[in-house]
Write a protein that binds this ligand. Sequence first.
Ligand code: NDP
Length: 285
Amino acid sequence: MSRNYQAELVGVFGSPVAENPTGAMLEAGFASLGLDWRYLTIEVKPEDLAVAVSGAKAMGFRGFNLTIPHKVSVIPLLDQLSPQAELIGAVNTVRRQDGKWIGENTDGRGFLRGLKEDAKVDPKGKIAVLMGAGGAARAIAVELILAGLAHLIVVNRSESRGKALVADLTAKTGASVQFQLWPDPCFVLNHNIDLLINATSVGLFPNVKAMPAIDLTGASKAMVVCDAVFNPAETMLLRHARAHGLRTLDGLSMLVYQGVIGFELWTGQSAPEEVMKAQLIHELR
Ligand code: NDP
């Protein structure tokens, strides 16, 4: 009987990349469905990205993830971008389709799926405050706008980065978006805000006692507070929000769903979400 010893290959290119837990989550998913797929976590320096991508193409990879610092520099090496990746201007997932290499961005899609499935919130017609203007904020903003958000307020510490994001979103989508410089001593939430999202790195390990400077006293009791920070999943912001009686959504949800979406794009099969989530929680303990 002939046997097939050749696994399907996917992976992640980044620098640094050794502490990225995505591979453990994806491989748990592959194993659970009995798929002979491998996810390789590979350190690739910026000057080697083009050679690494050529290598992946030559070795028949089914696709790969990109993390810091390759999410923008990979774009010229690809054949096509998804509409979301085009709008966001960054790629974190590449898939092979009919010999073409297509760039996707699953960060924002992961957030949106978590918002809808875990927090049971449809952003259509809602008003959101988004803290931060970096890569994660950009991806989340684009997906919220595509999902029909009525109005977005971007709050950022540095004016130039915040204004650049708002100008870009307005020009590319025509959506209702405004910039608010982070006021001193804190940003005060109005009662008309439906969603508050932290897409800054405030609260990220090891600064786990830090919290974005906000005042929730006047917030609507129906507002949902979301954090992109996933390490730790239980951030000071989410604790503070729950102490105010507000519902919350953690950054693990976004991280799991972006992996789930990648799994589905690559394999064409429904991902075993619970298995992948359990593995990720195990890795982050
Ligand atoms: P970037 O470096 O691109 O952006 C960081 C943002 O945080 C900027 O807006 C920056 O403001 C702001 N910021 C940093 N320090 C402070 C501070 N002390 N006070 C106020 N604002 C501050 O990072 P990313 O966008 O890639 O990541 C942001 C967060 O999202 C990280 O915690 C990351 O782990 C998380 N993330 C989570 C994902 C998930 O799947 N859950 C996926 C991707 C990211 P300024 O412009 O003024 O510098």
